[in-house]
Design a protein around this ligand. Structure first.
Ligand SMILES: Nc1ncnc2c1ncn2[C@@H]1O[C@H](COP(=O)(O)OP(=O)(O)O)[C@@H](O)[C@H]1O
Ligand SMILES: [Mg+2]
Length: 362
């Protein structure tokens, strides 16, 4: 049983505020991702948990024990980095056995545990081969296996898939997901890749400039981003963003852009506290725009700028008076450059953010 609780964690390096008053709780057996752009403080947070760095302020607890002053070796941490520090001249077996040997586990027990882990990871056939000859996927499995064999209280993974090429990364992502289900291990996973975080995690903590932006399930951060940063960072291709002003009267709510208007009366009840004329930012994901050959009463007129066929679907770039929108469309329908089309916004998928602070209104 290990729950990790971070309270008001702050880490300053000289003039850099690397982590700014971060609080979050990772429940026992939960898989949580720290997600954000390079330099947002993910690794520093992880290093404070493992003891490689000392917090400037704040407390870290494993269950109810404060571990700030506990030496790193006593924390029961398993760490896997991007560069996984596998010994190439040793066999896969010896690499897996490494942590157990240090802990003076009896030889027959080591053999049993290593073989079981190798079976579990699908690398049993290569146990007696030199690690240096293995694929990157096998090396990463070996690194994770070696760490799991010491039965850490908390597993910390820092961008473990970044060194892999696209194919291997997809495979390892799936493997990690299986592993997570089977080992039920409290895990904190650092990544700058939103797809990895969304695909793997029970919860995602999105960070920017050292600050926590939102901490919730993948479903909530995707469908109900708390602010414009999260909306933009999660999802690919990313959300369309359009500056509008909001016209409200007793019955109606209308988003007004210089070249079109969008009736959002369906959202009127969320806009009680907003004054008419407010400057807002409208967000809509590319999959919630429908492009039609024939403009209709419900659609906004646009011109096709360019299309990108992806095989199973297309991304159509649309021009609307100086703004460029992206729409995901079925592969079966072809659009030509400069074609005049209609664009329909899925009304219940529109996000509205305050333009001053980027916070979500709806
Ligand atoms: N040892 C250090 N000394 C000085 N600045 C550091 C050190 N480690 C990290 N930083 C700075 O702290 C910020 C956060 O870094 P880091 O936690 O590595 O980000 P991430 O892992 O999200 O890419 C960055 O601005 C980085 O340059
Ligand atoms: Mg990092």
């Amino acid at each position: 049983m290990t729950r990790v609780r971070i309270e008001g964690l702050t880490k300053v390096f000289g003039k850099t505020l690397a982590v700014d008053n971060l609080s979050l709780e990772v429940r026992d057996k939960e898989f949580v991702s720290l997600l954000g752009p390079s330099g947002c403080g993910k690794t520093t947070t992880l290093n404070c948990i493992s003891g490689l760095e000392t917090p400037t302020k704040g407390d870290i607890y494993f269950d109810d024990q404060r571990i700030n002053d506990m030496p790193p070796k006593d924390r029961g941490i398993g760490l896997v980095f991007q560069s996984y520090a596998i010994f190439g001249y040793m066999t896969v077996f010896e690499n897996l056995a490494f942590g157990l040997r240090i802990r003076r586990v009896p030889e027959d027990e080591i053999k049993h545990e290593v073989e079981q882990m190798a079976e579990f990871l699908g690398i049993r056939e290569v146990l007696q081969e030199k690690a240096g000859k293995q694929s990157l996927t096998n090396l990463q499995k070996t690194a994770i296996g070696r760490t799991l064999l010491i039965k850490p209280k908390v597993l910390l993974l820092d961008e473990p898939l970044s060194n892999l090429d696209a194919d291997a990364r997809d495979v390892m992502r799936a493997e990690l997901k299986r592993l997570q289900r089977d080992v039920e291990q409290t895990t904190i996973f650092v990544t700058h890749d939103q797809l990895e975080a969304i695909a793997l995690s029970d919860k995602v903590a999105i960070m920017n400039l050292g600050r926590l932006q939102q901490y919730d399930t993948p479903d909530v951060v995707y469908n109900h981003p708390k602010n414009q940063f999260v909306a933009n960072f999660v999802g690919s291709p990313s959300m369309n963003i359009i500056d509008c002003s909001l016209k409200l009267d007793n019955e109606q709510a209308v988003l007004v852009h210089p070249s079109f208007t969008l009736d959002v009366t369906n959202m009127r009840h969320h806009l009680e506290k907003i004054t008419t004329g407010s400057e807002v930012v409208v967000g809509i994901r590319p999959e919630y725009l429908t492009v039609t050959k024939q403009p209709s009463k419900l659609s906004v007129a646009a011109t096709v700028y360019v299309t990108e066929p992806l095989g199973h679907e297309n991304i159509v770039y649309l021009q609307l008076d100086g703004i460029l929108l992206r729409a995901v469309t079925p592969a079966a329908v072809n659009f030509n450059i400069n074609e005049k089309v209609g664009v329909e916004f899925h009304k219940d998928k529109i996000h509205i953010f305050d333009r001053k602070d980027g916070e979500a209104i709806v």
